[in-house]
Ligand binder design. Structure first.
Ligand SMILES: Cc1cc2nc3c(=O)[nH]c(=O)nc-3n(C[C@H](O)[C@H](O)[C@H](O)COP(=O)(O)OP(=O)(O)OC[C@H]3O[C@@H](n4cnc5c(N)ncnc54)[C@H](O)[C@@H]3O)c2cc1C
Length: 218
């Protein structure tokens, strides 16, 4: 697989533990919305999904800093000018021409491919955006503006004062089961493995004939 060198330019923190980090886009680097790159450091490799937009002169990813993790602390502490080796972009969790109404389900940084889809022009989707707190709803405004239906699902404490689309208090799975009427949908799920397992079980019992695409981050 080809390799590219990415030079870090800047970083913006969304919360205490999650940030967007940008790099100069190398010549000849083309990708599809939803694809990721592998950051390679000797035998270590960690994958991160590109946010888009496709035509930008930078590349961006959204990263959760895992204290004690083997690689994300390097991105959290990187300085402008620092270089990283990455694989060529790859992967099939890309947006397909919809056959049915589209429902996206994301938790945490699993929102990244959906940001890339929206930045490539996807519209009219439903999105269940799962997070522990309202502050963890990264890219909320950009996504909710383009959605047909956008439901933030908050599994932790809910603020008494909040401005934005009405919240669902609970996880994405129960929200899907309670709020979406039966029918045929194209589901796209991205995030934690236990979320994908739980939502798959709900799809199996509530949504016969669904198409399901999944991307498991960890
Ligand atoms: C296809 C794919 C795409 C990915 N895209 C992204 C992305 O866009 N943004 C991103 O932040 N991560 C993404 N990941 C996860 C990423 O590759 C790393 O696993 C993550 O950054 C942790 O790496 P680490 O070396 O710091 O921690 P490690 O030393 O590998 O792991 C430490 C512990 O943290 C847990 N963990 C891993 N990721 C998370 C997380 N996000 N939240 C909470 N706990 C976690 C692991 O289960 C493990 O127990 C993606 C993974 C895959 C497979």
């Amino acid at each position: 697989m080809d390799a590219f060198t990415l030079e870090m330019t800047d970083r913006r923190w969304w919360t205490d533990d999650t940030f967007e980090i940008r790099f100069v886009r190398p010549a000849g680097f083309d990708y599809l919305p939803g694809q990721k790159v592998g950051f390679v450091d000797g035998p270590l490799r960690r994958d991160y999904t590109l946010l888009g937009p496709l035509e930008a002169d930078h590349l961006a990813i959204c990263v959760r800093h895992i204290p004690g993790g083997r690689f994300s602390p390097r991105l959290a502490g990187a300085r402008p000018g620092e270089r990283f080796t990455v694989t060529a972009p790859f992967g099939y969790f890309t947006f397909k021409q919809p056959g049915h109404p589209v429902v996206w389900v994301a938790t945490g940084t699993g929102i990244a491919p959906f940001v890339a889809f929206v930045r490539a022009g996807a519209r009219g989707f439903d999105l269940l955006h799962g997070a522990r707190t309202v502050a963890d709803l990264y890219y909320r405004d950009e996504l909710s503006r383009s959605a047909r239906r956008y439901v933030p699902c908050i599994s932790g404490p809910v603020p008494t004062v909040y401005e934005g689309p009405p919240l669902y208090e609970g996880r994405v799975g129960p929200c899907l089961a309670e709020r979406w009427s039966p029918g045929r949908y194209d589901f796209y799920l991205c995030g934690r493995g236990d979320m994908i397992r739980d939502v798959m079980a709900i799809i199996d019992t509530h949504f016969e004939g669904a198409h399901v695409f999944t991307e498991r981050f960890y």
